[in-house]
Design a protein around this ligand. Structure first.
Ligand SMILES: [Zn+2]
Length: 288
């Protein structure tokens, strides 16, 4: 069981990385691959009889030696019952922490790349009496101010993706810091851990950069959700601005390949991390 709950482990310079999971979940394959025909994407990612594919909910715990940093917090336990059924959401992140021997109280920093519910669901926990409490009582949480504002607008296109109980209680109790990193360069959160705008999926989505010992890992979040999405045109139906996504994927790959960044994939249950290379036809692919 703990093999399923701990998706990977790596060292990066002085940093120790553990990949935890809130469990696999199911999304419509067509939505995950946008305009790409199923005849192409199903060769990489098989679909079930309901056309759903298996995705991961990967949380990274980074131990820098000074800080314990959590990147993303899965789907959580606050989804309406109907949606939980559609996605087959498992709510495993607390067990995953337990399996790895990491206590929520140890966590100093939580970073959300954006506020779609499958990225910040365990920021807070709904208790049996219905009350909402911070899952990481001693942590400072960092999110982009624009994501909070966008979520509060509850727009027709993506209102369902934003569940305010994942962030409003933390803003109200002072644990959440709203940040606005400058475009094109990083903003340091703690030494060796920074965020950088990679817009397109949402207008203010941030990647998380980990730097130690001259090496870099990057949690590129929903700009490239799985290793099957490395082709710059294999976008998701969910992406708000596809043309910006293409430009930003090129920008990312233009550094991640030559500099051999360790790429951490947010929704790849089976390949949560890896290095990217150019394949025989010049297309980016995971190194074997
Ligand atoms: Zn998203």
């Amino acid at each position: 069981m703990s093999d399923d709950l701990i998706r990977g482990h790596a060292t990066l310079g002085d940093f120790d990385l553990t990949i935890l999971t809130d469990g696999p979940y199911l999304l419509d394959g067509g939505a995950m691959f946008g305009v790409v025909p199923k005849t192409l994407w199903e060769k990489r990612t098989p679909a079930n009889e309901r056309n759903q594919i298996v995705l991961g909910t990967n949380t990274i715990v980074v131990r820098t030696g000074k800080h314990t940093v959590v990147i993303e917090t899965g789907i959580g336990n606050k989804l309406p019952e109907k949606l939980r059924g559609i996605f087959d959401a498992r709510q495993l992140l607390p067990q995953s922490f337990q399996a790895a021997g990491i206590k929520p109280e140890e966590v100093d920093v939580v970073i959300n790349t954006h506020l779609h519910f499958d990225h910040c669901g365990w920021n807070t926990t709904r208790k049996e009496d219905g009350s909402i409490v911070p899952t990481f009582p001693n942590a400072r949480y960092f999110v982009h101010r624009g994501e909070v504002e966008h979520g509060h607008l509850q727009l027709e296109r993506d209102a369902v993706s934003y569940i305010s109980e994942n962030y409003d209680p933390l803003i109200e109790n002072g644990q959440m810091t709203l940040i606005e990193p400058p475009s094109g360069s990083g903003m340091e959160i703690v030494p060796g851990v920074s965020v950088e705008l990679y817009p397109g999926h949402t207008a203010q989505m941030m990647a998380v950069m980990l730097d130690s010992g001259g090496r870099r890992a990057c949690y590129i979040s929903d700009l490239i959700p799985t290793s099957a999405h490395l082709d710059v045109t294999w976008l998701m139906g969910y992406d708000l601005d596809p043309l910006t996504c293409i430009e930003q994927r090129k920008r990312f790959l233009g550094r991640a390949i030559p500099e051999q960044w360790l790429v951490l994939f947010t929704h790849d249950h089976h390949h949560p991390m890896g290095y990217v290379e150019l394949g025989a036809k010049g297309k980016p692919q995971l190194k074997g």
